[in-house]
Design a protein around this ligand. Sequence first.
Ligand code: HEC
Length: 333
Amino acid sequence: MPRFIFLIVMVGSFAGPFFASKSNGKELAEKVLYKASGCVACHRITQDHIGPSMLAVSQKYANVPNGASMVLDSLMNGAKGKWGNNVMPPQSHVSDQNLQLLTNWALAIKDSPNLKSWLKEELVTQESNTVLSTDQPLEAKYSPPENRIGTVVQTLDQPVVYRTYLPGASSRAIAVGLPGGISYAFDAKLCKLLYFWEGGFLDFEKSWTGHGGWYSKLMGTKIFTAPPHSPLRLGNSEDIRKVKFNGYRMIHGQPEFLYRIDQLDVRHQITFQPEEYIIVQKFFLSKTENKIFFIGGENRQNLSSEDGEWRGNALLIDPVRQEAFTIFTQLIR
Ligand code: HEC
């Protein structure tokens, strides 16, 4: 890792003259270093996140006599209590030299010519990453959908989405908190729903501080666990094909997961009906000549759909419904 970062800095300084101005090129190279050093897990340049925005850091320290050495000390030894309740672990995986570069870069941000474009860029990603439905205007004021007490995050009246480490998930899990204390986990490697839980959302203590592992803790109890593989099958109900995750986007405030199974594009929406206690999974598939099956597994007796016919534990989707079908899972209270 340190070697990789060194390389980026070298490329940055050689690339400098090719940019419109040398200092601009250098600044962009340091932004790359900030990403490569893992700072983006907790920081944004213009928006407060788990840690303060780099802009706020710059406004606080740039004109303070010992500002740079205070910040450098925080990076080398960790920091807590200066900005809030979250902790920054020592950034000891980054060389001292690069921490110095990052410090200088952060303190100069308030006067950066790139500031405007970063502001715009981050407002957009913040919206598409978390909460606001895609049909809301970009100028709309960003209001956090969640309530945070220390490292515990509770969902308020809109879904919240976090990429994090979760128990029982692959290394790529996405946690979604729905209003009303219901949450679910989606596995972005296996491309499937993992489980639902009820109670609170997540405690990020371990994943934000790094103390005692990286897993976020589920606040509440599991009310549903899905079978182990992607439930969709092509051609016959036995074959498990390769899946590839392509990200997610927000549709009317709800995440929609995008992935491919072989040549098939899948859009997958997961919602919950609290009164009926029903999980609703909607699938939108690209056109295919293949038969499509949905595997019910052990949950078969709680599943229903009007879009296919059961063959044992496998639902054979009606060919005319293949491009859009819905599966309901009735949970027992
Ligand atoms: C695990 C989360 C996390 C990571 C990773 C992280 N930070 Fe922080 N950072 C924080 C938190 C939380 C604070 C506020 C700590 C406090 O209140 O004292 C903070 C504070 C800071 C500050 C202000 C320090 C001060 O003295 O006021 C700077 C600058 C900073 N981080 C830069 C970075 C850079 C650069 C990286 C990457 C090398 C990084 N951080 C990685 C969470 C993180």
